[in-house]
Design a protein around this ligand. Structure first.
Ligand SMILES: Nc1ncnc2c1ncn2[C@@H]1O[C@H](COP(=O)(O)OP(=O)(O)OP(=O)(O)O)[C@@H](O)[C@H]1O
Ligand SMILES: [Mg+2]
Length: 372
């Protein structure tokens, strides 16, 4: 994949071949396996367990919302996936191939390999060797839109240089080609080709976020990790950027991991939602399911913060504050991620699991009563 592309080859349209990830993951079947699989991810900074044993999957074509308050580890999760850190533990797979392996996971691998070797188990040794390979090439198929639209765009670079950077890193030098491609993505994100000559400070917040999106899509990624792409924007502009991302998703078949700290933003945009609290995933379900049966007290506290255009509801709405020490009793049994309904997981112990099962029945009965 280190192939450098120059004029004639470009004309022969090799770029599209180069950019099409299917060429080197031909055995990936989105019907059978998720596009992204994160298993027991841990990322610690000294004593801060920024991400602490987090697992989830993302299916091809879906929008996966990751929510939680400031500091709960959302950005760190995204940055760990794209390989910006040496992760402490866990495994990350993209299109069925490994793209990340934690330091502790590697230690376990070494032990398993030594054991297989001592036992003379060739088949196991081969299997382990294959499992260890990190497919760095695949990483370009995951692009991140960064949280801060001002800080993430180099003020000394023109919009063209910013967007073309990824192409140049991939070895593409053809000026004409780069120009065309930059113009094409600028139009895709609702800007005009003339904007390519300007510098980031000449744009509004919403436009800068569009530049960030253009930079992310220029390499035709499969998965975009959008880290709070709209939280710095005015409400009126937020809807525009969400609509843009929705259009791109349809047009380019993108899969999106959408990070936000507020459930109201991800509610309509996400197919599934994961709720994080201080490094842990506390609840994960289909969007509709999460709103029909919010179970973890932290999810409920996030929900209680969303105003609704219903005066009766608003009169009764009370902000719930989540205080873990007053809410859970984990002295006898700690929590694990349990499946309370198909595809709906909650971090809980056995007693809580049973309580949640009863609450689901109650919520359904209430919902039926309301409908009648
Ligand atoms: N590079 C770093 N070095 C040390 N600590 C870090 C680093 N990056 C993040 N942290 C810490 O890890 C925790 C999680 O941070 P992270 O940025 O992932 O949270 P977040 O959920 O994205 O928050 P926000 O909504 O404010 O963006 C925080 O306590 C943060 O201070
Ligand atoms: Mg963040």
């Amino acid at each position: 994949m280190s192939e450098k592309l120059v004029g004639r080859e470009l004309k022969e349209n090799k770029l599209d071949t180069l950019l099409r990830v299917d060429n080197y993951t031909p055995d990936f079947d989105p019907e059978k396996e998720p596009i992204l699989r994160v298993e027991h991810l841990k990322q610690y900074f000294k004593s801060t367990k920024a991400v602490d044993d987090v697992s989830f999957t993302i299916q091809k074509g879906e929008v996966f919302g990751l929510v939680g308050e400031s500091g709960c580890g959302k950005t760190t999760t995204g940055r760990s996936i794209i390989g910006l850190y040496e992760i402490n533990d866990g495994d990350v797979f993209f299109r069925g191939k490994r793209i990340g392996m934690g330091v502790d996971a590697m230690k376990r691998w070494k032990k398993a390999y030594a054991e297989a070797k001592a036992a003379g188990d060739r088949a196991k040794m081969d299997e382990l060797k294959k499992d260890k390979v990190i497919h760095k090439d695949l990483m370009t198929k995951i692009q991140m839109i960064f949280q801060d639209p001002v800080g993430s765009l180099d003020p000394r670079m023109t919009v063209r240089e910013i967007i073309a950077e990824g192409l140049k890193i991939r070895g593409i030098r053809d000026k004409r080609f780069i120009e065309d491609r930059v113009a094409e993505v600028l139009e895709k994100v609702g800007l005009v080709p003339e904007h390519a000559e300007r510098y980031p400070h000449e744009f509004s917040g919403g436009q800068r976020q569009r530049i960030g999106i253009a930079r992310a899509i220029v390499l035709q990624p499969d998965l975009i990790i959008a880290d709070e792409p709209i939280s710095a924007l005015d409400v009126s502009i937020q809807a525009q950027v969400i609509n843009l991302m929705n259009d791109l998703r349809d047009e380019m078949g993108l899969t999106i991991m959408f990070i936000a700290h507020d459930l109201s933003v991800v509610k309509y945009f996400s197919d599934r939602i994961g709720v994080m609290y201080y490094g842990k995933m506390v609840e994960l379900a289909d969007s509709d399911e999460l709103f029909a049966h919010p179970l973890h007290p932290y999810t409920r506290s996030l929900l209680s913060a969303i105003p609704l255009p219903d005066p009766n509801y608003e009169k009764r709405r009370k902000r719930i504050t989540y205080v873990p020490s007053l809410t859970h009793d984990y002295t006898k049994e700690g929590p694990t991620f349990k499946e309370v309904l198909p595809g709906h997981f909650v971090l809980c112990n056995t007693a809580e699991f049973e309580k949640y099962q009863a609450e689901i029945v109650e919520m359904d009965a209430n919902a039926r009563r309301k409908q009648q």
